[in-house]
Design a protein around this ligand. Sequence first.
Ligand code: COA
Length: 249
Amino acid sequence: MLDSADPVELSRRFAGPITAVELPGLSGVAGLCAETRFDPGAYDDQLYQTLQVTFPRSLARAVPRRRAEFLAGRYLAGTLLRRLGSVQTTVGMGQQRQPLWPEGFTGSITHDAGRAICTVAPAPAILGIDYEPVLPRGQCAEVLAAITAGGEAGQLTRVFGDPALGTTVLFSAKESLFKALYPLARDYFEFTDVGLATAYPSKGLLQLEALRDLSAIVHRGQVFRLGFRRHGGGILTWLVDGAESRPAG
Ligand SMILES: CC(C)(COP(=O)(O)OP(=O)(O)OC[C@H]1O[C@@H](n2cnc3c(N)ncnc32)[C@H](O)[C@@H]1OP(=O)(O)O)[C@@H](O)C(=O)NCCC(=O)NCCS
């Protein structure tokens, strides 16, 4: 039987190897992206100490599954920061849940039942990443109604054909954009504040457009380029710095 105090065995059971994830454009900002699979069932509070992750007070009442995903994301973030030469490898959590990266770095984290993915780069890169399992067909109409405005839904169906794929990509891309912009904009915005401008499924590219001023530095009409591809049975979307994706100001 496993000795529950054996930290090496506990961490081996919890997290698998860290593998590189390729994101187009990331090398241009000297960034890294990686993922790890983790087993929420093998979670133990002492893993925070073993994996050198600070346990945030805001998780004091969180269920083990939430503690586990937070740990997996921060473990990855700390590893990538170390690889990029950061002396500080702790990533705090802001009031709106945004990761607080060490001075001189920025990044983004996503997780979903047993998978964590993180991207980090030296500042002033702008990064957002999101992973979503493909939505069941039966949920697409409801999700589309919540995240789209105007003719977006029709455009999505025309461009993607498969509504489950199109809806998942759009939902995830909007989450990636939100994660990338929130640290700059410091303001919440709704899914319907951003619209689909263009999408090129064969190239794994789409553009989202701000439909209103999202903050003092993100203006109406500004266009953001995002990438997407199938990944691990779901959809991975990302925003990595790009000419049209950098907010003015
Ligand atoms: C925050 C949000 C984007 C998280 O997405 P999710 O698909 O539920 O979960 P994911 O696992 O992909 O991402 C969670 C990670 O996002 C990051 N995140 C959370 N809030 C964030 C914020 N305000 N800014 C940047 N990153 C944030 C965190 O790293 C979080 O993981 P952690 O709490 O373990 O550190 C989502 O829950 C949300 O609140 N969305 C509403 C806002 C929005 O998306 N508007 C649409 C604009 S078009």
